[in-house]
Each structure stands twice: as C-alpha cells, then as structure tokens.
Design a protein around this ligand. Structure first.
Ligand code: 2X7
Ligand code: FE2
Length: 300
C-alpha cells in the first residue's frame, strides 16, 4: 500500500477533571467549570486541526498498564462505563469508542515481527481506561474518528527509564512505519501529564481554582524546561534528559507515551506549538502540537 501519513502529533493529557469541568452528557458528575486554561488549550488544539483531514487517531495511554508486552484494543467497538478509581466523584463516563482494527492489527503485527511481545485485546467486556477516554473526549468530543489504542508496557517500573526508552523508541519507529505503509492519514497522541506530583487531599469543591497551583517550584522548573525544548524543536534533548525528568518530576512520561510520540514523529527538529499549560491537583499539564502537516508542506 504505502503513502500513509502522520498529519500531526500531540501531547494530550488526560486528568479526568477536564471532562468533569466540561459537563458533557456522557459524564455523571456535574461541575461549576474549572481548569479553563487547559480546556481552552484543547479548544485551540481542535481549532488548529479542524481543516486537516485524517482517518484515525493513534493513542498511547499510561493508564492501560500491561506488564507483559504491549497490548492493542482489537475489537471494532467498546462500550461501557469508565470510572476513575481515584476520582470516582469526578469521572463516571459512558463511552462508546470505535477502533480502527485494521491499523491496530498492522502495528501489532509489525511490533511482533520486530520481536516485541504483543497482544490484541479482544475481550468484549474489557473496560477501557480513563486516560484513553479523557484524551479521546477532549481531542474529539464528537467521537467521530476510529482509534488505535496502545497500552503502556510498564518497563520503567519493571526495569528502568532507560529500558523503557529503548522499547518505546523501537515501538515508535514501528508505529511510524506501519502508519506510512497503511495508506491512512493519522494523528498520534501521547496521553500524559508532565510533572505528576499530586496533592494528597482534595478541596471540598474540586473545581475551586483558588486552591490550584503547581506542587513545587522544582516541578514548575522541570515542566518549563521540557516545554522550552518542545517549542524550540529539541526533541533529542527531551529524550536525553528523560531519565532525570521522569525521576525528579515523578513525571507521567514513566509510561513511555512521550518517548513513543517523539519516536513516531521521527524525533522532530521543528518547533511544536504550545496550546495550553495548567496544573490539575498540583500536576503539570501541557497541550502541545507538532504540526507535521505544516512542516511537510513547507519542505515540499
Ligand atoms: O491521571 C491523572 C493525571 N495524570 C493527573 C492529575 C490528576 C488525575 O489523574
Ligand atoms: Fe494520569
């Protein structure tokens, strides 16, 4: 086949607070708003891609945690209730997600051929994790595109950040090749926060923004350093500093999504666009787009 294309790659974090604050009909709890800086950031991201045509969304979520290899959602549709185990007061979301099984199987097969342990998830009762659902909703509230959903193999925890990076760099190269060979136009999403130190208590009203701030100055400095590298096209430095960042900022990059994203994009040297930054219960979250479509048009 061939002629497939990655049209954009995004860092698209998934704190369930964002969906809670949007009050969509699928979510049971009701909020008085909150976290607007980030929700407006998602609006800007959606606006930026609204005229770009694509077939599917490929997403890696750190909350689908698999210890034996990388798994892929493998049925045409999953429909159920997703509840955040830590914030059931904020997130009880009735989802109905369509899967691009053809592309999912193609990436899974390519990973298996390269020697990575893989599995297609074909249990119809499988509950899709809230990271996938939150990022899916915030990126595409209409749910009108099929997804490929990739699990987070917990190699940081089983081994180290260095081992995780080796595996995710390889999975990214494989994902890229499989997309280009598929003939499809695709957006790739890494669903993770940056610094990830939570407060240990929640305010009486979770959406009370007078209580929201970064957990510590050190976390702020790490987040700004990473964002600066993204905005100045220094992806390789992000990869090089990932072990220190992940350990010192307790960053959610431990799940491998950010490394996988950069590898899938071919370790880009062009600047990414920051659509929004904000904290959620003390964690740092950035909405960032690598506008592959613009970069490739400029080269042509
Ligand atoms: O999963 C999350 C997260 N990554 C950050 C903040 C709050 C809740 O959930
Ligand atoms: Fe998370």
């Amino acid at each position: 086949m061939g002629e497939g294309k990655i049209v954009a790659g995004c860092l698209a974090p998934h704190p369930p607070h964002l969906v809670y604050a949007e009050n969509p009909p699928q979510n049971e709890p009701v909020a008085e708003g909150g976290w607007e800086q980030l929700r407006w950031g998602y609006e800007r991201l959606r606006e930026s891609l609204k005229d770009i045509e694509y077939d599917s969304i490929v997403l890696l979520s750190p909350h689908w945690q698999t210890y034996v290899g990388t798994h892929f959602l493998g049925l045409e549709n999953f429909k159920s209730l997703s509840v955040d185990p830590i914030f059931p007061n904020l997130f009880r979301y009735h989802y109905d997600i369509n899967i691009d099984v053809e592309l999912s199987q193609a990436i899974c097969n390519a990973a298996a051929e390269a020697g990575l342990p893989t599995k297609m998830m074909t249990n119809p009762d499988f509950r899709v994790d809230y990271g996938t659902i939150t990022t899916g909703h915030m990126f595409n509230p209409e749910w009108d595109k099929p997804f490929v959903v990739i699990s987070s193999n917990r190699s940081t925890h089983y081994y180290s950040v260095e081992v995780m990076q080796e595996m995710m760099l390889e999975l990214g190269r494989i994902t890229r090749k499989a997309i280009l060979e598929s003939g499809k136009r695709v957006v790739v999403l890494a669903s993770n926060s940056l610094s990830h130190r939570h407060f240990t208590t929640e305010s009486d009203m979770p959406e009370d923004m007078s209580k929201e701030h970064i957990t510590s100055h050190a976390m702020h400095l790490w987040d700004m350093r990473m964002i600066d590298y993204m905005r100045s096209g220094q992806s390789q430095r992000i990869i090089d500093e990932m072990p220190e960042f992940t350990e010192q900022a307790i960053a959610e990059s431990d799940g491998g999504g950010l490394t996988w994203l950069l590898s899938t994009l071919g370790v880009p040297e062009y600047p990414a666009t920051l659509h929004g930054y904000g904290t959620i219960i003390g964690t740092g979250n950035a909405i960032v787009e690598w506008p592959v479509h613009k970069y490739e048009e400029a080269k042509a």
